[in-house]
Design a protein. Sequence first.
Length: 404
Amino acid sequence: MSKETIVAKIKELFKGDKVIWIVTLFLVLISLLVVYTSSEQLANRRNQNNTYILFRHFITIVLGLGVMIFAANIKYKRYSRLLLLLFWISVPLLVFTMFLGKYVNNAQRGIEIMGMTFQTSDLAKVALVGFLARVLTLRRDSLNDVKEVIKYVMVPIIVVVGLIFKNNFSTAAMLFVTCLVVMFLGKIKMKYILGFVGAVVVAGAIALLVLLAIKPADAKDTNRSRTWLARVERFFGGDKEEQEQDDKFNQVLQAKIAIAGGGIIGKGPGKSTQRNILQHAYSDFIYAMIIEEYGLIGGAFVLILYLVLLFRATRIMIRAPQSYGGLLAMGLAFGLVLQAMLNMGVAVGLLPVTGQPLPFVSMGGTSLMFTGLSLGIIISVSKEIDKVNNDERDAEIEVAETDS
């Protein structure tokens, strides 16, 4: 095989929206740098060193990129049935997780496969968006019928979000908002969407009250409903005296100290002073580490990367040859960017603690895999658009040459 052939095959693998590829590359580089410098506390706790932690994270990043490249080279139309299958697989997995799942951060959120913890909600997030994009495309002529919308759109959303809700409220809320955006883009009537939101809010409030009423304080699952309320109360003030006591070791306070110490240009790579104090500095609060080491300039750069991703997905949706591709790309991109905004909002103290990782930056396992899958699918849609546009341009050139 000649050198030219090898280069051509490599170029073929990385076709599609070049800006998204570049955004991904920057996120990966930032992830490797910051995880290495912020994982010292984790390394000490495990009697390991930063280099070993970085090596494991590097392997996970490579796997995530591998998933992305593989997904990007599958025609996006094939995802219609593939994601439908994954949707039907994710529902029983979520049920299993709810009752028999492995505890992650004091809640049943995953299942263990060959020694690795697999968070089923990560699968459900991608599968549900794909399911909705398919349904809204196939049934676009019957979306004025409220019964059809309830049966084929709202009920699946309620089932999946409801199964995630108890043990992972922030993920459930984030997925619900993403689904609302997909519904809106899929031309569901606004009055149906608003009615759906109202019904879910009322049902959620009732469910929360029931959980508070029937769960003892020493319940095995650490009573997630009380955890949610405690976080919200702490965020909005609560008992000031008690808060001041807690804040000595409070993650949010330590994150604020890290951000304040970063200033405009940051302390420099590896010079963080909060990395050994702030828990989960390598995952949930990695954005605070980015600002401490690279300043507001570094934090703004990361924010811009996610906004660019959302912009490119919007551009893909507008140019998509079929509504399915546009809805799929925009739904997945919006979910990733919303997750990033939640992570950043928590780090800077704008939102209560949620435990959401920063996509393709925070250290993690299944999160990186499914982020890679989502980005790969978005790239796949963009490749099809480029192909259609190139075919149209070639046809126009041929007509122009014939006329001349």
